[in-house]
Design a protein around this ligand. Structure first.
Ligand SMILES: CC(C)(COP(=O)(O)OP(=O)(O)OC[C@H]1O[C@@H](n2cnc3c(N)ncnc32)[C@H](O)[C@@H]1OP(=O)(O)O)[C@@H](O)C(=O)NCCC(=O)NCCS
Length: 171
């Protein structure tokens, strides 16, 4: 795996044309991936549903989605292709989303994460999310619990924000 210059990672709204590549990321990231139809349904609700993609060297390498429900951002999905993980792309996507949501009036953010998903929990913890509840056996595929996380103060994410500096070393 080559190194990733984070200055070359661009974050943009997802378009329908990005869907093939987003599905490539999705299918490489989850054992129960969202289908094309599910994504297409999201595009039908532009007031509610918002998606960003991370592009590197002209390829989609990650994406994130959230629903804006009144003053709450509900993060619906986040994935970075396995070949591009641990390069801060997930963090850049999440920060960009919280910045966007804050600009749209969100005061709080929430999401569900698998109890076993240490990487995602690490990322969300770094961004100020804390566990508020457990949904027992929430995931149908393996009966795994979901942790419900909240960040109750998005105001720091409203500040002007720059992606972190480039990295040149592989971990
Ligand atoms: C969760 C995920 C999006 C993280 O993306 P990423 O680009 O690899 O993460 P980043 O490099 O931005 O890491 C940011 C922080 O997340 C945490 N983190 C990321 N990967 C981690 C790992 N393997 N183990 C522990 N903590 C991890 C760390 O706190 C890290 O900060 P640090 O680099 O200062 O230690 C990625 O692992 C993924 O796509 N997983 C599969 C899909 C998924 O689980 N999505 C979340 C659904 S809720």
């Amino acid at each position: 795996m080559k190194s990733v210059d984070r200055n070359q990672v661009t974050i943009t709204p997802m378009r329908m044309e990005d869907l093939d590549e987003v599905l490539w990321v999705e299918q490489s990231s989850f054992r129960d991936p969202w289908t094309r139809t599910l994504f297409e349904e999201e595009f039908k609700n532009p007031e509610l549903s918002h998606f960003l993609i991370a592009r590197y060297e002209d390829h989609v390498v990650g994406y994130i989605g959230f629903w804006l429900i009144q003053q709450e951002a509900h993060i619906t999905n986040l994935a970075v292709h396995p070949a591009f993980r641990r390069r801060k792309i997930g963090e850049i996507l999440a920060r960009a989303t919280l910045h966007l949501a804050c600009g749209m009036g969100a005061l709080r953010a929430t999401l569900e994460v698998r109890a076993s998903n240490d990487p995602a929990q690490g990322l969300y913890g770094k961004l100020g999310f804390a566990m508020a509840a457990i949904r027992r056996r929430y995931y149908a595929d393996n009966q795994e619990d979901a942790l419900v996380l909240w960040n109750d103060n998005l105001s720091p994410f409203c500040e002007p924000w720059e992606p972190p500096p480039p990295i040149s070393e592989t971990p």
